[in-house]
Design a protein around this ligand. Sequence first.
Ligand SMILES: [Zn+2]
Length: 175
Amino acid sequence: MYELERTTNDEERCQVAAGMGRCPNKIVPGTKNCPMHGGIAAARGIENRELRNYRLTKWRETIAEKANSPALKTMTEEIGIARMMLENLLEQCTSPTDLMIHQAVIGQQVQVIERVVTACHKIDKDMAGLIGRDELMKFADEVVRIVSDAVPPQMLPEVSEQLTLAVTNITAKRG
Ligand SMILES: [Zn+2]
């Protein structure tokens, strides 16, 4: 896919020191290194990050859209979403290997969601069971952040799909 090409243009020249001077190869676009010196991996990392950011943005947009529904307004429902999220996460792990690999992050997530739920209960008490759209968006944002930190990138599309489905189901039921 990437071919080794030499260049004399400093701007597009690999930054690794090689032999007597600097590596003469051309960089992989968007990175600071040639294919021989880690440029391909760096490019792949950038692609993964961009893909992840794109998905997160889409996900946020969808949640924002669903949260516009006046039906989605009680804390109980939001806590329901958090629990569904966790369940969906666990469902993603279909083999013992999956579970072993993700054991630590799942454990962390359980703890974090527990804290969010506790915080929600407190707000619930303070607000007599109602929550405004702003609070809901903050909460959804937090859930997205927690999950995107905890979930391996390749699992993110499925998780976001499930979350969107969960929100849609709740709003449809009440709508
Ligand atoms: Zn190089």
